[in-house]
Write a protein that binds this ligand. Structure first.
Ligand SMILES: [Zn+2]
Length: 202
């Protein structure tokens, strides 16, 4: 055996080790979250998903905050707990604009939340879930992720937002000339309350 061969073997070995390493992660990229997954299969192998969803693809969000070309970043881990309950543990984050309830001008709002979903195959089984889980219904082994993210995002939306007084057009104008400020406020039909209220009724 000469030095050249030896070197080749070492290189091959380290290459194999590198590609087989289950903990090797590709550099983070802005991939799309898959539309549909097989959550039981993902949980069985403890899979981790990370990607983004466009807010304008979620009609119930658009109803509340209007159409915004904003990405929601989502991370999900699929796993089983010690009672063999399949679950999804996740987090999401998005930067949107919502109308200030004092001046009705849009203002930046950072949305962020975590969630813990217990997979069930029927509504009846949802009642048997431990309290720490929100139920998520999985039919035919498949789950559409978009409505799941949308539900969580709706729960995360604040009911009302206000500018800091120093940044708010109404607060500023009321210090100067009271009445004129009201004529400048745009009419906005969007009502963040209506959707939240209908959510609670379910
Ligand atoms: Zn304001």
């Amino acid at each position: 055996m000469n030095a050249g061969n030896l070197k080749g073997i070492i290189c091959n070995n380290s290459f194999d080790t590198f590609t087989d390493n289950p903990y090797y992660c590709a550099p983070m990229s802005t991939t799309r979250l898959p539309k549909t997954v097989e959550p039981y299969r993902l949980a069985a192998s403890g899979e981790h998903l990370e990607g983004s969803v466009t807010l304008s693809a979620m009609p119930r969000i658009v109803d509340v905050i209007g159409r915004q070309e904003v990405e929601c970043h989502v991370v999900m881990t699929f796993d089983l707990d010690e009672q063999r309950q399949h679950y999804i543990e996740g987090s999401l984050a998005a930067d949107v604009e919502m109308p200030c309830q004092r001046c009705l001008q849009p203002m930046p709002v950072h949305l962020e939340s975590t969630f813990l979903l217990g997979m069930v195959t029927s509504d009846a089984l949802a009642a048997t879930l431990p309290a720490r889980y929100e139920p998520v219904l999985v039919e035919d082994e498949h789950l559409d992720l978009l409505p799941v993210v949308e539900d969580e995002l709706l729960l995360t939306l604040p009911q009302v937002v206000y500018h800091d007084e120093a940044d708010c057009a109404v607060s500023r104008d009321s210090l100067q000339s009271g009445d004129e400020a009201e004529q400048e406020t745009p009419a906005r039909a969007d009502n963040p309350f209506s959707v939240l209220r209908s959510l609670k009724d379910h």
